[in-house]
Design a protein around this ligand. Structure first.
Ligand code: UT7
Length: 328
């Protein structure tokens, strides 16, 4: 039986990026060769993005996820064999099945731990973290790896300037361990399937061919409006659950989609922008990887310190959203 007070806490973070960073200027040049007009000025002014990492053809989501996982395990001082649960969030799985979580497990050279993917698009990591926390709280699992890994560049329509400049590739991971003290202070997840069309990749594979549209499509303004509202309401929800005041939150890490969404969220919440961790300028929108990538960066550069309260927030296709309030 699990002790009634069983909790989970993050004991290591890790990240991985493809080698190649593509600046806005380079991207604008590549698109110009196809007759598509964009500019560094437009991209920076509308999104805050300055560059993104793009995977070479040989790199897989599994490989990126495994690299981030190894870094998180090393930070936690654990061998892969110590894990009994692997939860991986992705919308760009390498195969229809098995899950990328199983493929990452194989890359790590271990077998036996439960392994599965969660599909909640840009909210995927927050969903995965909430699920792993709940599974540890049951007392059945002790050490979980939670990964967000994406190669979004493969589902972008490089002829659509309204989407192709926004996204990038990458992976981030954390190791969660059972603990007497949290750790994860509160977690809440939501979805509204009636909004599925505003952000989707609707194609499917059947009878040996892709049917429907295999590219990411987005109504950017609809997503923008919904994102700011749900990030605000979901932050307040977990703070209420944890009986914590906004000013007790040391760092805010919303999904990194657009600097304007991050700023609007901080403003709506009444939080100073100095508490925002921003990586979208360097990484673009890496979907399920964006929150763990930002967390790892700020842990490693010394901004996020042990004992601090960090609010992680996901929002994206589904429509999905959620928040996890964490004490590091
Ligand atoms: O992970 C969650 C998913 N994503 C998001 O959260 C994204 C949410 N949405 C956004 O970030 C913004 O809505 C965008 C960055 C996608 C777009 O910004 P916007 O300020 O809403 O621009 P807009 O769509 O209203 O477009 C303004 C103009 C249009 O031209 P006209 O019609 O005014 O002549 C677009 O055609 O900008 C044009 N445009 C571009 N121009 C140069 C759109 N994309 C580009 C581009 N380069 N790449």
């Amino acid at each position: 039986m699990a002790p009634a007070h069983r909790c989970s806490r993050i004991i290591g973070t890790g990240a991985a990026l493809p080698e190649r960073a593509v600046t806005n200027a380079e991207l604008a040049q590549q698109l110009a060769a196809r007759g598509i007009e964009t500019s560094d000025e437009w991209i920076v002014a509308r999104t805050g993005i300055r560059q993104r990492y793009i995977a070479d053809a040989s790199l897989t989501t599994t490989e990126l996820g495994a690299r981030a996982a190894r870094a998180a395990l090393q930070a936690a001082g654990l061998e892969p064999a110590a894990l009994d649960l692997i939860v991986l969030a992705t919308s760009t799985a390498d195969q229809i099945f098995p899950s990328t979580a199983c493929l990452v497990q194989d890359e790590l050279g271990v077998a036996g731990a439960a392994a599965f993917d969660v599909q909640a698009v840009c909210s995927g990591f927050v969903y995965g973290l909430a699920v792993a926390d709940a599974m540890i709280r049951t007392g059945t699992y002790r050490r979980a790896l939670v990964v967000g890994a994406e190669i979004f560049s493969r589902i972008l329509d490089w002829n659509d300037r309204t989407t192709c400049v926004l996204f990038g590739d990458g992976a981030g991971a954390v190791v969660l361990e059972a603990a007497d003290q949290p750790g994860i202070l509160a977690a809440r997840l939501h979805a509204d399937g009636s909004q599925s069309r505003i952000l989707c990749t609707a194609g499917r594979v059947a009878q040996g061919a892709v049917h429907g549209d295999p590219f990411l499509r987005m109504d950017g303004q609809a997503v923008f409006r919904l994102a700011v509202n749900v990030l605000d309401s979901s932050a307040r929800e977990v703070l209420d659950d944890a009986r914590m005041r906004l000013d007790e939150v040391d760092w805010l890490i919303p999904h990194q989609a657009n600097v304007r969404i991050l700023s609007a969220t901080a403003r709506k919440l009444g939080m100073p922008e100095s508490k925002l961790i921003v990586t979208v300028d360097q990484h673009g929108n890496t979907s399920a990887a964006s929150v763990p990538l930002a967390l790892d960066l700020a842990v490693r550069d010394g901004r996020i310190r042990s004992g601090q309260n960090v609010l992680l927030q996901g929002v994206g296709g589904g429509f999905t959203w959620g928040s996890v309030l964490v004490r590091l």
